[in-house]
Write a protein that binds this ligand. Structure first.
Ligand code: MN
Length: 731
């Protein structure tokens, strides 16, 4: 009996839909693989993509899924492995549907999920003419983002289908896409040796951007077809006969060159269509390399070759890996005809270039690994060493994976920014504009909010969130690697620092004058800065704030005759004030910042050894918290006011810490706890004990030097057999 599920799920014995079967038949499958299970896998992807694109339409009005299927079919026709074809079916799911990377990973595995993810990343990039200069970078990026070249191959299949159906789009969009194809994809196809893809894209671009010329060539090609076929047959038949005599089984055909290459020749040589002789070529495909040379010899015996038009790309392959022999002969009617001779394998490579490396080899049906890909790149680099045609550029293109010192990321508009490795969103923000950097509040990478210390990766799409009230902090200096960011941040912080000193200086002056009951002198003092070699009142306050000028120095200079009784310890007092205001007084070292009042967060009571962070409060100086304190404004708009602080271990001070101990309620338990604490030389400042349901909960406030000492004590406590739980607590 048929499985009742089969009606909906063909994998249970039902009939698969025709479009699926046409795709599946095109696929090259490993000979030793389980065909049925492969079919089910491909079907699952087919069904999944179809389901998730349900309801979406293309500009042509056709269901969106037809595009996905077409991309899968192109990949299948190139002989790509099953994961790449499935990647093609699913290539728009992350970008255009609710499907996530995780969904794909769960259902189809990491390899396929990563392929689709790679394609989506490239999909976010829109190339516009203002980026023309970036074409080189763009190609580098394509290659480096696509750690896996299969991503590029899927992208090419996608682009090919989009170009084939471009006429349905509004004209403006047509032009943009055609230009992008021309600037980026065609040169890349050429470099990757994907001749057939390049050929077709070339024509489609010409058709879009130069409609009239394309039509003209089309018309003339049609008109001259009969005559051309005659000429071609005139050569093919005798050659075929002759090769047979030598037991060479050759596949011979005549092919017209691409419209765009004819167009290019007409333009470059300034000739009319009729004057171009090499609009077609005869291609001879044989089995073995030796046969190529044998065939060449035979042909040169039959017809005289044109001397300077012979090229042996078998002995010396082109930089993109292309191999073939090209020769031009004069046929019996005196016509010039180009003949290309190559093996089947060379033909395949010429058709799809790099893609050929993911084809199933006839003898072994293994999934190609990245190793062979890298090997291929290396071989290509070796080939380049013998090549004279612009190898430097191509080398650079390939080297991107081998050099790790730069990365490329995207702006939301799809512009590319080049950054050094280890760069963070802050570097990126400053690279965009110093104002964006200075007000950088947060960052989204690939639409997800990330911390500002996130290291950027190749191909990340960044969106900087700014806020007018946001300012750089000292911590930022640790996060940036570009000079531009560092310079801007330091400059800004220096300005802030002097601002703080100015405030403190003014405070000192006012307090001292008030105590001396000499507020009337304020005006005179405020106008006296020039007498101290300073340029402004601010500079005078700043000098008072950082202690380089004392209040008594001011009086000495302004009122030398009045022996104003500033108490002996006035200088000391000012120093003490500054010292108090200075972070180091509490055993804390701050980087670069000085002259701030320091207090400890009551919420978390940090002690030496704790990881800490300082929070600049408005008007109350710096409050120091433990980094894991809940009341810290992480990610809020005040997170910029956090600065890194360190303990100054040269200071020996005692700090309070609070611990919670839970134990069974047994006689003398409190005594046991207290003795344990005292045994590690720690003083207890207070104890609070509650007993409920046979459990005792004790809170101790102890005086410790540092975390190590506290930890030691806590370990000793927990070792007591009645004690179940020991914890440092803030409440
Ligand atoms: Mn697509």
């Amino acid at each position: 009996m048929q499985n009742p599920l089969a009606k909906f799920m063909p994998q249970f014995g039902g009939e698969y839909p025709k479009p699926f079967m046409s795709l599946f038949k095109k696929m090259t499958l490993p000979l030793n693989g389980d065909q049925e299970s492969l079919k089910t896998t491909v079907w699952t992807a087919y069904d999944f993509a179809k389901h998730h694109h349900e309801g979406q339409k293309r500009s042509s009005g056709k269901p969106y899924f037809e595009h996905c299927l077409a991309v899968g079919q192109i990949l299948a026709s190139w002989g790509m492995d099953q994961n790449t074809v499935i990647g093609g079916l699913l290539h728009d799911t992350i970008e255009d549907t609710k499907v996530t990377f995780q969904d794909l990973e769960q259902r189809f595995g990491k390899d396929i999920a990563e392929l689709v993810d790679g394609v989506s990343k490239l999909g976010g990039i829109k190339f516009s003419s203002r980026q023309a200069k970036q074409a080189g970078n763009f190609m580098k990026l394509l290659l480096s983002v696509a750690k896996d070249l299969r991503v590029i191959i899927i992208k090419f299949a996608d682009r090919l289908h989009n170009m084939r159906t471009i006429s349905f789009l509004p004209e403006k969009k047509q032009i943009r896409i055609a230009e992008e194809t021309k600037e980026i994809y065609i040169p890349l196809a050429h470099r990757l040796g994907m001749a057939a893809v390049k050929w077709e894209l070339d024509d489609l671009v010409l058709k879009t951007l130069h409609k009239t010329e394309h039509m003209e060539i089309e018309k003339k090609l049609k008109a001259s077809k009969k005559e051309r076929d005659k000429i071609i047959q005139n050569v093919i038949l005798p050659v075929k006969r002759e090769l047979k005599k030598y037991n060479i089984d050759a596949n011979i055909c005549g092919r017209v060159k691409s419209h765009s290459s004819i167009f290019g020749k007409m333009q470059k040589r300034g000739k009319s269509f009729e004057e171009i002789f090499d609009i077609y070529a005869i291609r001879i495909i044989v089995d073995k390399v030796e046969e190529c040379y044998l065939a060449l010899g035979i042909i040169h015996q039959m017809y005289s070759p044109v001397q300077d038009r012979f090229k042996d790309f078998i002995a010396t392959p082109k930089s993109n890996g292309y191999q073939s022999i090209h020769t031009t002969i004069i046929d019996s009617k005196g016509q010039l005809t180009e003949i290309q001779i190559r093996t089947r394998e060379m033909e395949q490579t010429a058709e799809i270039g790099v893609a050929a490396h993911w084809r199933y080899k006839e003898d072994k049906a293994t999934t190609p690994d990245l190793d062979s890909n890298i090997k291929w790149l290396r071989e290509l680099v070796n080939i380049l060493k013998d090549e004279s045609s612009d190898p430097a550029e191509f080398m650079n293109l390939l080297k991107i994976d081998m050099f790790d010192d730069e990365i490329f990321v995207f702006t939301p508009k799809g512009d590319l920014e080049k950054l050094p490795v280890n760069a963070t969103p802050i570097d990126f923000a400053f690279q965009i504009h110093s104002e964006v950097g200075l007000h950088c509040l947060g960052c989204k990478i690939n639409h997800k909010i990330v911390p500002l210390n996130t290291k950027l990766k190749n191909g990340d799409m960044l969106e900087i969130i700014t806020s007018a009230t946001q300012e750089p902090s000292y911590g930022w200096l640790k996060l940036v690697v570009t000079t531009k960011a560092r310079t801007h941040i330091s400059r800004y912080l220096r300005a802030i620092e002097s601002e703080t000193s100015i405030k403190i200086g003014k405070d000192i002056l006012e307090k001292t004058l008030r105590r001396l009951k000499r507020m009337d002198d304020m005006k005179e003092i405020n106008e006296s800065f020039a007498k101290f070699g300073l340029n402004s009142l601010e500079q005078l306050y700043e000098s008072l704030g950082d202690g380089t000028i004392l209040v008594r120095d001011i009086f000495k200079k302004l009122k030398p005759k009045e022996h104003i009784q500033i108490e002996e310890d006035e200088q000391e007092r000012q120093e003490r004030f500054i010292d108090l205001a200075r972070s180091s007084s509490k055993g804390i070292k701050l980087q670069g910042i000085k002259d701030l009042m320091v207090s400890f967060g009551k919420c978390c009571n940090p002690i030496p050894g704790d990881e800490m962070v300082g929070f600049i409060t408005r008007g109350r100086g710096l409050t120091v918290h433990r980094t894991n304190c809940n009341s810290l404004p992480i990610l809020s708009k005040e997170s910029d006011r956090l600065i890194p602080v360190e303990w100054d271990f040269s200071k020996k001070e005692l700090f309070s810490a609070r611990i919670k101990v839970i134990s069974q309620d047994s006689p003398g338990i409190l005594k046991k706890m207290s003795e344990c604490i005292s045994s590690v030389n720690i003083n207890i400042s207070s104890v609070d004990l509650k007993v409920t349901d046979n459990f005792a909960t004790a809170y101790f406030i102890v005086k410790v030097n540092n975390v190590k000492q506290l930890d030691r004590m806590m370990k000793k406590l927990i070792a007591i057999k009645e004690i179940d739980f020991v914890e440092r607590t803030d409440k």
